[in-house]
Design a protein. Structure first.
Length: 330
């Protein structure tokens, strides 16, 4: 057998070559990996949308296609959509090692100012009352607070007696006509613990889950995107989703919302056990989420307040009564 002898210099060269074979291209030659996000995916025509490049391997050039025949070569562009519709967005990035494109199909939903009804279902009739619908991103919501059932005095608990029951502010039915009813969590859920339960909502609609509330907040907030964890945290979160969901009238100290989507959250107050909290300060909505604390079930709520543009995630005793908004089944 013939024996090969290598000089130290040849061994060094072989090690370098072997390293290139084993580990591939050098870091500078790694192909880019395109990826991005947007600060909001439900926008109003004429409202700027911020796009953020999250691509890997330090690309040196960017080409955005916003889906409306407009492009940009900025790394982190703002773009204004002039017309309502669904828009597919793509980003192509390049470095010396090559290029890569990431596409998000129908990523951005642009709504007309003031909102729009849900496709093929502009109204819903339930228990003799007609409600309008509003489309926000991919979600279809009732535009008004639910107002079903018979009014009972706030000194009584709503009960599982086969009769839908509600409270009206100050025990005056006129307030239910203007602001909707207030419901204890069990009555709203119709005495089930199922997430996404229909509860007292119309057929093919349900009480929103925590995830669905978070998706709504993230879709419209001007700073935090729908993928951000900000909306899952307890307490005040986000940046201005509350401002965008508040009605444009009726809030304390004139701190009204701009209501661009037509959600029109009213400051209907709520009950703290058998006491009514005053109008003008808060729009508090239950979700189907709950947690076990202190030996009893504490359901979750979303609180839109007069004093902040942010939204509060919290939990409360299920005997307290809040407003109800329904969301359509997917």
């Amino acid at each position: 057998m013939k024996t090969h002898h290598f000089s130290p210099a040849k061994v060094f060269i072989l090690l370098i070559v072997s390293g290139l074979v084993l580990f591939g291209c050098t870091k500078d030659d790694d192909p880019p990996a395109s990826y991005f996000t947007a600060n909001q995916i439900a926008a109003i025509e004429g409202e700027p949308v911020a796009f953020v490049d999250l691509s890997l391997h330090l690309p040196t050039s960017w080409l955005w296609d916003f889906g409306d025949n407009i492009t940009s070569t900025d790394q982190k562009p703002y773009h204004i959509y002039s017309n309502p519709g669904l828009y597919t967005v793509s980003l192509t990035v390049e470095i010396d090692g090559g290029s890569n494109t990431h596409l998000e199909n129908e990523l951005i939903t642009v709504h007309p100012v003031g909102g729009e009804p849900c496709p093929e279902q502009s109204t819903v009739t339930w228990h003799g009352q007609t409600y309008n619908t509003v489309l926000i991103g991919r979600q279809c919501w009732l535009k008004e607070n639910l107002n079903v059932g018979e009014m009972i005095d706030s000194l009584q608990n709503q009960s599982d007696n086969g009769i839908l029951e509600k409270y009206c502010i100050n025990n005056d039915p006129a307030y239910c006509e203007a602001y909707g009813g207030l419901y204890q969590w069990d009555e709203m859920m119709q005495y089930t613990l199922d997430h996404g339960a229909q509860g007292i909502c119309p057929t093919n609609w349900h009480i929103p889950t925590d995830v669905e509330w978070n998706e709504l907040h993230g879709a419209i907030d001007s700073l935090f995107s729908i993928k951000d964890e900000a909306f899952t945290k307890w307490g005040l979160n986000g940046y201005n989703a509350g401002l965008k969901l508040k009605s444009d009238h009726g809030w304390n100290n004139g701190n009204n919302g701009n209501d661009p989507y037509g959600f029109a959250a009213l400051p209907a107050g709520y009950t703290w056990f058998d006491k009514f909290l005053p109008l003008g300060y808060s729009a508090r909505f239950y979700s189907t989420g709950y947690s076990i604390q202190f030996g009893i079930t504490y359901p979750h709520y979303r609180d839109i307040k007069f004093s902040t543009d942010r939204i509060r995630n919290g939990g409360t005793d299920r005997r307290n009564a809040h407003s109800v908004r329904c969301i359509r089944d997917e």
